[in-house]
Design a protein around this ligand. Structure first.
Ligand code: SAM
Length: 244
């Protein structure tokens, strides 16, 4: 078997501090902004000269958080309700040979500040600290395939409703000011994707939570069924947003 060694060209600085609630694909949450910070060997403007002529780029990265957990030939894609198995190469599962992921994201800008080269990105689906193995421009005539067929996940997932309790809304706005980040919009867009497993019915008694930036966001489900047994979408009610 051939073996190769890969070098991280950079790392992602993202608001997502844990895997739970990260969107399942890029661009589903446009307010998910991140920085790609180049490693010292690639920290030169020449490496990205001309990249500002592209609106979108491909990120090739390593699923570093789960890479050491290995892979199996068959996985259960969440879009199929978690009880149907498919070959790993027929899915975008994170547990895969070589643990390589790919995301086409929006390039918002290129920054060279205090000697550090970074790309400013939005619509990302990546955990904080994700190592990048390559970056390529998105080429619409070759990469966009509007008539391509996908019988497993043909359309974007439907959105759930998101509501804020009054204090949680005030806290979202205050933390947004403090962090100078789109805290309210990110929470709304992220939770509209309903992060709980698709096959799980929401438990109205349970408080769910996720960490973004230095915040812990907690919510309950007011209504709704699991994705697979009904078209009815959940309503997520945000009860608190606290710095941790
Ligand atoms: N767009 C990529 C692809 O198709 O290869 C990623 C798809 S994968 C289904 C997206 C999920 O990967 C996210 O919801 C998150 O839970 C997980 N994820 C993101 N960054 C990760 C990392 N660095 N290590 C492990 N899992 C990660």
């Amino acid at each position: 078997m051939s073996e190769y060694q890969l070098t991280a060209v950079g790392h992602i600085q993202s608001p997502y501090k844990q895997k739970f609630a990260i969107p399942r694909q890029p661009r589903l949450v446009p307010e998910a902004k991140a920085k790609l910070v180049f490693s010292s060997d690639f920290n030169r403007e020449e490496f990205v000269r001309g990249l500002d002529e592209f609106s979108h780029i491909w990120l090739l990265f390593r699923f570093h958080e789960t890479a050491d957990k290995g892979y199996s030939a068959m996985v259960r894609p969440p879009r199929l309700g978690g009880n149907e198995r498919k070959g790993v190469f027929a899915t975008r599962a994170t547990f895969r040979p070589n643990a390589i992921g790919m995301s086409a994201v929006k390039l918002e800008g290129i920054e060279y500040k205090n000697g550090q080269l970074s790309l400013l990105l939005s619509g990302i689906d990546l955990l904080d600290g994700t190592p990048l193995v390559d970056i390529k421009p998105y080429v619409p005539y070759a990469d966009a395939l509007p008539h391509a067929n996908n019988a497993i996940a043909s359309i974007e997932p439907a959105l759930s409703m998101v509501e804020f309790e009054a204090n949680a809304l005030a806290d979202a706005l205050a933390h947004g000011e403090r962090l100078q980040q789109p805290v309210k919009a990110l929470i709304e867009q992220m939770l509209a994707q309903d992060p709980k497993p698709a096959y799980q019915k929401p438990d109205p008694e349970r408080l769910y939570g996720v960490k973004i930036w230095d915040l812990e966001v907690k919510w309950r489900y007011l209504s709704g069924a699991s994705h697979c047994d009904s078209d009815q979408k959940s309503t997520l009610y945000i009860v608190s947003i606290e710095a941790v």
